[in-house]
Design a protein around this ligand. Sequence first.
Ligand SMILES: Cc1cc2nc3c(=O)[nH]c(=O)nc-3n(C[C@H](O)[C@H](O)[C@H](O)COP(=O)(O)OP(=O)(O)OC[C@H]3O[C@@H](n4cnc5c(N)ncnc54)[C@H](O)[C@@H]3O)c2cc1C
Length: 596
Amino acid sequence: MSSYKAPLEDLRFALFDVLDVEPLFSRLGFEDANRELVDAVLDEAARFTETVLAPLNGIGDQVGCTYDKATGDVTAPPGFKQAFDQYVESGWIGLTNTPEHGGQGMPSVLGGVLTELVDAANLAWGNFPMLSHGAVVALEEYGEEWQKDVFLKPLVAGTWTGTMCLTEPHCGTDLGLLKTRAELQADGSYSVTGTKIFITAGEHDLVPNIIHLVLAKLPDAPPGAKGISLFVVPKFKVARDGTVGDRNAVRCGAIEHKMGIHGSATCVMNFDGAEGYLVGEPHKGLQAMFVMMNSARLGVGVQGLGLSERAYQNALRYSRERLQSRSLSGPKCPDKPADPIIVHPDVRRMLLAQKALIEGGRLLSLHAYSQLDIAERSQDPAERERANTLLGFLTPISKGCLTEWSIENTYNAVQCFGGHGYIAEHGMEQLARDARITTLYEGTTGIQSLDLIGRKTAASQGAGLKLFLAEVEAFAKQHQDEAALAEFIAPLTAKCAEWGKLTIETLQRAATNPEELGAASTDYMFYSGYVVLAYWWARSVAAANASSRSQAFKDAKRDTARFYFARMLPRTLAHKAAIEAGAASLMALDADHFGD
Ligand SMILES: Cc1cc2nc3c(=O)[nH]c(=O)nc-3n(C[C@H](O)[C@H](O)[C@H](O)COP(=O)(O)OP(=O)(O)OC[C@H]3O[C@@H](n4cnc5c(N)ncnc54)[C@H](O)[C@@H]3O)c2cc1C
């Protein structure tokens, strides 16, 4: 079994030294979220995730969820329900929800921290509460008053959970293809019929009622994505006065057997004339669903981060303990039969790559969450709009990069263990298997990349990029006279100039050939992610130097930043070359000639 300890020191550094959240929280009206309270939240979240959730991670993988064909019931792995009850009793589930609906009204930044800890400890378990949050956000923004009254309190309290039902067998990325239908009934409700697949937490035994948010089409729907509406469909019917009634006509038809997250219920959900209610306007369901997806996308990025952190902690411990061969420059532990593998440059390469991507990635993600808080709470409309634009720009980078890096990180961690990482005993292969889903659900990496280069860059004339570059410029200016930062600021500034130029050139090519955006997209997302991390590493060094932390801490940040700039930022060169190569080499080969 792999072990897990919440990375509290780095989290505190990120929150208080780099992002300086205390004055931000106070300015945004989060009066209670002072240093003392945030420290207490971190300590308690660490205790809960380390002692309650982490020990269930292996059991969840081995036992998985079970499905009863006769009843359609799904049972979560042993211990999951008890852990969920504790989570609910402690109020974690409503940490960031508004007090109006029973939440604790804490900043989204803290929600991001909690998500990291929960998912590092037990990603499969974390999926049960996760989608409730998205359902709450969508209902808060688009639900009718009675829907808010009836559904929000139990979802925020954790006495019910939510789902997000988009995918159908023939319809994944392209939601315009969906076939689920909804017909208006005489009493104002809708009858929803269709099959949804891969529905996370679609059926389980943690709570008595499950609230499905379902995309479906009305009979008069225009074709394609423009004709999609959103419905709320409870497992047990709920009347407008909140009375819970009979079992609704929705049933789990099967659960999937899959590569990882065995403890997460991935359900086929059959809606057979189930009673539901329209959320928001007819045919405008995608708009509402996007609210849900955006919150979930940041969360899935953090899932990747959490898994990376756990894998790294174990790889680091093992690399310090495992004795194999002598250091190339002579024995480092002559009293032992061999040196620990951490002396070998190649093992250090793998460890440092993980450390650099995790600590830098943590800031990328928490910064995005801080924009969510500003977008929701600032008194200044211009600041709100700016934060919204920046958040929109950072979300696909955060989701796309943190999840792709989680595959690299967990594989590097397995590699540090050698063959012992591949066998089940140490739990490392589970982390690698679990990480694999994060690049797929909530929009694949390809779709995040298209979102970044298309909607978030081309369609807005680079509004988000400009805001981010302005932030980097202000930082560079502020620290231009600091000798200790010169080695980072000069290459960062050059990279940012290159990023702007590369963006303009790519968009210009796309103006005459629509395939160019798609051809550049994934390389553009990685390129962007690596430059964003260069900024966070430069800022980390600045913040560490300015802090009262130990010299060892400061040295570690500086040395990791040096590694990042020397050995990881150059990955942008390959991505740039691929982007500049354009679409021609991708599109030339006839689809019939890829193979027999
Ligand atoms: C464990 C698990 C849990 C899930 N949970 C949920 C859930 O709770 N609710 C829910 O609704 N769904 C859920 N999903 C579904 C998930 O969101 C989809 O699998 C995902 O969106 C991709 O859809 P797809 O599998 O149909 O792949 P497809 O859409 O068929 O895509 C296949 C490949 O083609 C690429 N592709 C497709 N279109 C384009 C394009 N236009 N440009 C470039 N590349 C493209 C994709 O990137 C991908 O690589 C879950 C899936 C899994 C496996």
